[in-house]
Design a protein around this ligand. Structure first.
Ligand code: NAP
Ligand code: ZN
Length: 352
């Protein structure tokens, strides 16, 4: 066992979800490890679900954060992928078994022994995420952030970005001119709009927030905006969409969304509400429609997505906030009051 080093961060101690300064040990780099100073970390809705134990799987104390970026400071003697000073990132996972079919075929996010960046177990200890000063991980699970991307606005690509990019590639939501609906204009949703636009698709935002329409059209370039609670608008758009990506974090009706799909259309869920959703079978049967799900993306896909973002200048729209704003940010995220991702300014505001 290698030596441990003390790391500072912010942790939730129980399901009240209140975050406070916290110190914990991290391992010193092993032979193929990368250690990096965290400059920024995005706040994903998953962090909010987990600090409050909404999925029943939370382990405390919990240092959340899986949209982690920063600068390499140290390398294990056998680590070859990066050099000191490189811009790097870590997303939702820090290790997997490397032996199962999923790992061998580059779908390691579906490995049964996946080690999450936080709220997971490794070497008998709970893993701790990016609301902290530095991170140590095997180089296989560290990706390169293109130098032309600002680190703060690139951080959310590590989860929000890859979680929508992976299913878009996998299910063919990349075809120029196809009608692509995005449900929920939050962290994941606004990235889906950006990728849809970059692929040349006709993007419609389906939202509960009429206040987001102007910006969705004028800044994000959405072709259309539908308020999901307005049944007349929903009816008018029936059978118009080829694909829908659902990023909603709370229970919501699926039938009205499926009605928007053309025959053979596909709805892919990435949002993860804490309660089961109802599915009236008729709505898929009478349109030969498909309903699928998708979970983050592999390391290979994450690097591919980051390179795409580097070439096409795609980043997240963020509100950069200091570390001690994190509890307020969680409160506002709960109310969908953020455009569109909070990012913690870890390097400048995490007190030693
Ligand atoms: P977010 O920023 O809070 O965005 C979610 C959006 O859903 C909100 O902005 C809101 O958009 C809409 N919404 C919220 N409550 C709603 C309700 N009651 N009914 C209808 N719409 C509602 O969250 P996020 O970070 O994008 O994450 C979204 C979900 O994806 C979370 O459940 C998260 O855990 C999950 N997630 C899954 C994966 C995966 O691998 N599949 C990865 C990361 C995150 P409007 O205001 O436009 O309606
Ligand atoms: Zn996430």
């Amino acid at each position: 066992m290698s030596k441990e080093v003390e790391c500072g961060g912010w942790a939730a101690k129980d399901a009240s979800g209140v975050l406070a300064p916290f110190k914990f040990p991290r391992r010193a780099p092993r032979p193929t490890d990368v250690k990096f100073k965290i400059t920024h970390c995005g706040i994903c809705h998953t962090d909010l679900h987990l600090i409050h134990n909404e999925w029943g799987s939370s382990k405390y104390p919990m240092v959340p954060g899986h949209e982690v970026v920063g600068l390499v400071t140290e390398l294990g003697p056998g680590a070859k992928k990066f050099k000191v000073g490189d811009h790097v990132g870590v997303g939702c996972m820090v290790f997997s078994c490397l032996k199962c079919d999923h790992c061998k075929h580059g779908d390691e996010q579906y490995c049964d022994k996946l080690v999450w960046t936080y709220n997971s177990e490794e070497d008998g200890k709970i893993t701790m995420g990016g609301y902290s000063g530095f991170l140590v991980a095997d180089e296989k699970f560290v990706v390169r952030v293109p130098d032309n991307l600002p680190l703060d606005a690139a951080a959310p690509l590590l989860c929000a970005g890859i979680t929508v990019y992976s299913p878009m590639k996998h299910f063919g939501m990349t075809q120029a001119g196809k009608n692509f609906g995005v449900v929920g204009l939050g962290g994941l949703g606004h990235m889906a709009v950006k990728f849809g636009k970059a692929f040349g698709m006709k993007v419609t935002v389906i939202s509960t927030s009429p206040s987001k329409e102007k910006e969705a059209r004028e800044v994000l370039g959405a072709h259309n905006f539908i308020v999901s609670k307005d049944s007349a608008q929903m009816k008018k758009a029936a059978k118009t969409m080829d694909y829908i990506l659902d990023t909603v974090s709370a229970p919501h009706p699926l039938d009205a969304l499926l009605e928007l799909l053309k025959i053979d259309g596909k709805l892919v869920m990435v949002g993860l509400p804490d309660k089961p959703l109802e599915l009236p079978a008729g709505v898929i049967i009478f349109g030969r429609r498909s309903l699928a799900g998708s979970f983050i993306g592999s390391i290979r896909e994450t690097q591919d997505m980051l390179d795409f973002c580097g070439k096409n200048n795609v980043t997240s729209m963020i509100e950069l906030v200091p570390m001690d704003y994190v509890n307020k940010a969680m409160e506002r995220l709960r109310k969908s009051d953020v455009k569109y991702r909070f990012v913690l300014d870890v390097e400048k505001t995490l007190k030693p």
